[in-house]
Design a binder for this molecule. Sequence first.
Ligand SMILES: [Co+2]
Length: 442
Amino acid sequence: MTVDPTKDQVVDDAADKVDDVEDEGEDVPKDGNEASKPKKKRKRKTKAQAIAEGRVKEEVKPEPATQSEPPRVGLTKIFTDGVFPEGEICEYLNDNSYRTTSAEKKEIERLANENPDETYQNIRRAAEVHRQVRQYAQKTIRPGMTMIEIANLIEDGTRALVEEDTSGKLQSGIGFPTGLSLNSCAAHYTPNSNDTVVLKENDIMKVDIGVHVKGKICDSAFTVHWDRNYDPLIKAVKEATNTGVREAGIDVRVGDIGAAIQEVMESYEVTVPHTDGRVGSTTYPVKAIGNLTGHNIAPYRIHGGKSVPIVKSHDQDKMEEGEYFAIETFGSTGRGRVVESGEVSHYALNPGIKNPPLRLETAKTLLKTIQKNFGTLPWCRRYLERTGTSRYLLALNSLVNQEIVQDYPPLYDAPGSMTAQFEHTFLLRPTCKEIVSRGDDY
Ligand SMILES: [Co+2]
């Protein structure tokens, strides 16, 4: 057992409560929040007496809270010592194997962890929120639910568990809009508030969830489906993402990661029985979607400037020590290319925008609201409406047209095709690679 300087104080408080019980004949309160009660005169018994009489247990340090269902307990109430679960640790290989034991590299990590903005506890806390929320989502999402219900289920959980900061300081919260892209839509769909789409039994839905703590964003996605014919598509993408994450490392060229991902992805095919009355079935090769990529993650910026292709590429960009990356791969039964289409839900402030000259008064006000509530984090129309903003579309479109705000329309492969996605966030720590979003599920 480790020495805990707070424990004696806790036992003293508990002994006080025992005395209160004798005076008042009430049940022992479960929480220690007695400060506001008027103190009564009491015969004080010692802590030792109380323990000896079996009325106080020696270990009365309050139990950390446990998670509720649906999940609503903030994680700082569960991990009360501020230490959050480490992700999956992978040792560096070959030229980088010296890093595992390097005193110099360990020292760089020690210094990072002493800095409240840089400590790995921030991204680990975001990742643990992600795991708990997604595991609840995985067992709760079912056909018949509306997309709005699914988004709320995930976002209500995320806001509660990450203990969302609404003060404008953006210390913790949702990292980006919850992606719920269906079927041939691969990414960047989340319902707007007037959306009436209902999830169907034969839908394939990409669930892309973002959580941030102090701007450190955990970006991780999975795919849900009920039609067993598509199991090989799901497996192809899961294995492709795991291949990309495995190949990633310091000094690795992103183009080489793309080649490894594509090779695994495109070794699969999907056979689907005809549903239009024709006999027989059609077999589709699984294709990696060539114009979607993973990316590095900078503080409060989901796209840090580097891309990780998911097909063979001559991109010579290398991964570097200290970087945060999200590797996401997309497989498709369609063309393996996406195009923008449909109503926009996702937006983000372009980085570097401070106080541009704006003619529309409504655009000025909207820009202030965006800066306060989201900074450079991506957001969607529903999140803007939660701030109390209404009738904003004209102003928003003017900010988009002036390239102050970037819009991110939904991305579709060919009509009738099916797409799937898996994604993990990892850190290229000086001594090892840490896959922070890894869970028992994927
Ligand atoms: Co991503």
